[in-house]
Design a protein around this ligand. Structure first.
Ligand code: CS2
Length: 487
């Protein structure tokens, strides 16, 4: 695969001129989202892709002139395109110094990230830098930094000490106030450094909301890409047709004309973020956990199952929607309809296992705040409790309970820690309370009503199955029992 062999599918009219953007996290999401917008924006902006650990994608791209294809799949048909905006790809784990050098380079005007929620070494309860994280401890000791926060922070320090050229740090992960949050983490890392005042003047951290459903690549997608492309692509990216990007227009060193590709520049990004994190991502998690426990491999299969669709509607409409403020002139009915349509995309086959993975770092962005808000109003968020219970049943099943192959395949950085907690706990209630306290927040763990509800659902799932638990949540939805308002 090279520019000539895929000429008619190329989105970027010209080969990238130089590296203006260093992107950390060369996963499928970046390759089907920001890279596509950048290619369509034109202007010759090039992206250096930095993979975190695995060399698979970087090797494939480097062997293909920096190219790969995006395979758009929907029940209406499929199409293929080749963004063609990468100037190269490197692997951070093998060469951390090269990452810091690339971000420091004077030509680099944006450093962007999609390293997933757990790439930020953040304490989920306090939203502060986890100072006891071994990676942060090592980076703070002065070694070549290996964490994302350490690498960006040290590169900013070097920019401040050398050429002083401004730069924008653009977080594209599913985190609340992702730009502001990144700024806090970096400043915490650099506490006491001379670079602090330079950063205040020269570095922007715009908030952004990103959205596109992008599954992992498999051989099936490779074969489909070959059909459409006519040449082999070692690393195509499957994606749904829908795509959305909303961000603040605060870039201290220029940016591509992403609006040409449909990106929205708005001063209401936080409203879009919360809307997406809760209505889309939060509901997605519930579909994934109920789906996996009910034996479904994919989101569309799960969503087509009556009790799961009902639970998804309940959590979305009764529990997430009342906790968000809609952006101006936003058609929420159409948005909700489009979510259910997107979750029905069986040509895409997004796996429950993929959405269910990393729950211990994803759910803290989705569940605790809306749960606490409803609890404070005296409303028991039944389906948020069910979400937490279903997740626990997938990743730390009680002894004798088999959550099934899709749940067993979920990866979660807290699996081991939760297993240890389970071994120490004298009861399911104790396990649930400590899990909520450690993974979500102390405040939520202190709501006895919520912890008790989660414990009840864990018990019902374990004893009678996930359908019985969803039935119970649905009954509670109808009768809307009230919890005693949390203090
Ligand atoms: C999903 C997201 O895996 C997950 O948790 O909810 O990756 C989701 O597909 C994207 O955020 C869609 O933009």
């Amino acid at each position: 695969m090279n520019r000539t062999s895929v000429r008619k599918h190329l989105l970027a009219g010209q080969a990238p001129m130089s590296t203006g953007i260093v992107h950390l996290g060369l996963g499928n999401f970046h390759r089907a989202h920001q890279a596509v917008y950048t290619a369509q924006a034109g202007g010759g902006w090039g992206i250096l892709g930095v993979a975190s650990r695995s060399a698979e994608v970087a090797d494939a791209m480097n062997a293909q002139d920096g190219l790969y294809s995006v395979l758009e799949l929907s029940p209406e048909g499929s199409s293929i395109s080749v963004p063609g905006v990468h100037t190269g790809a490197i692997v951070a784990a093998g060469n951390p110094a090269a990452v810091v050098d690339a971000i420091t380079a004077e030509d680099t005007r944006i450093v962007s990230m999609t390293v997933t929620e757990h790439g930020y070494c953040m304490d989920p309860g306090t939203h502060r830098l986890a100072l006891d994280h071994p990676g942060i401890v090592a980076d703070l000791s002065g070694a070549t930094p290996r964490t994302v926060i350490g690498q960006i922070a040290r590169a900013l320090e070097r920019r401040a000490e050398t050429h002083g050229a401004p730069i924008t740090v653009l977080n594209c992960d599913n985190m609340q106030s992702n730009g502001a949050q990144t700024r806090e983490l970096i400043l915490e890392f650099l506490q006491g450094s001379k670079a602090e005042s330079w950063i205040a003047e020269n570095v922007a951290f715009p908030n952004s909301m990103v959205d596109r459903i992008v599954p992992a690549t498999t051989d099936t997608y490779r074969a489909a890409a070959y059909e459409l492309l006519g040449v082999h692509d070692r690393s195509p990216v499957p994606a749904e047709p829908f795509t959305m990007w909303v961000m603040e227009d605060r870039f201290t060193a220029g940016r591509p004309a992403w609006e040409r590709a449909g990106a929205i520049f708005s001063d209401e990004v936080e409203a879009y973020e919360l809307l997406k994190l809760r209505l889309l991502n939060g509901t997605h998690s519930l579909i994934a956990y109920l789906g996996a426990l009910d034996g479904h491999a994919t989101i569309p299969e799960a969503r087509a199952t009556g009790f799961i669709e009902a639970a998804a509607r309940a959590v979305l409409e009764d529990e997430y929607l009342p906790t968000v403020t809609l952006p101006r002139d936003f058609d929420v009915k159409a948005y909700i309809a489009s979510l259910f349509e997107r979750w029905s995309n069986d040509a895409l086959g997004h796996r429950t296992q993929q959405v269910g993975s990393d729950g211990s770092v994803k759910l803290p962005q989705r569940v605790p705040e809306p749960a606490l808000e409803l609890l404070k109003q005296g409303v028991m968020p039944e389906h948020l409790a069910l979400t937490v219970a279903a997740w626990l049943c997938c990743v730390v099943p009680l002894s004798g309970f088999d959550p099934g192959p899709h749940a067993r395949a979920m990866v979660d950085p807290a699996r081991e820690r939760l297993g240890a907690l389970a071994a120490q706990s004298r009861s399911t209630g104790e396990l649930v309370r400590s899990a909520i306290g450690q993974v979500f927040s102390i405040e939520l763990a202190e709501s006895n009503d919520f912890a008790r509800r989660v414990t009840d659902y864990v018990a019902v799932i374990t004893r009678d199955g996930v359908r019985a638990a969803a039935r119970e949540a649905a009954r509670s939805r109808t009768s809307r029992p009230h919890a005693s308002p949390a203090a």
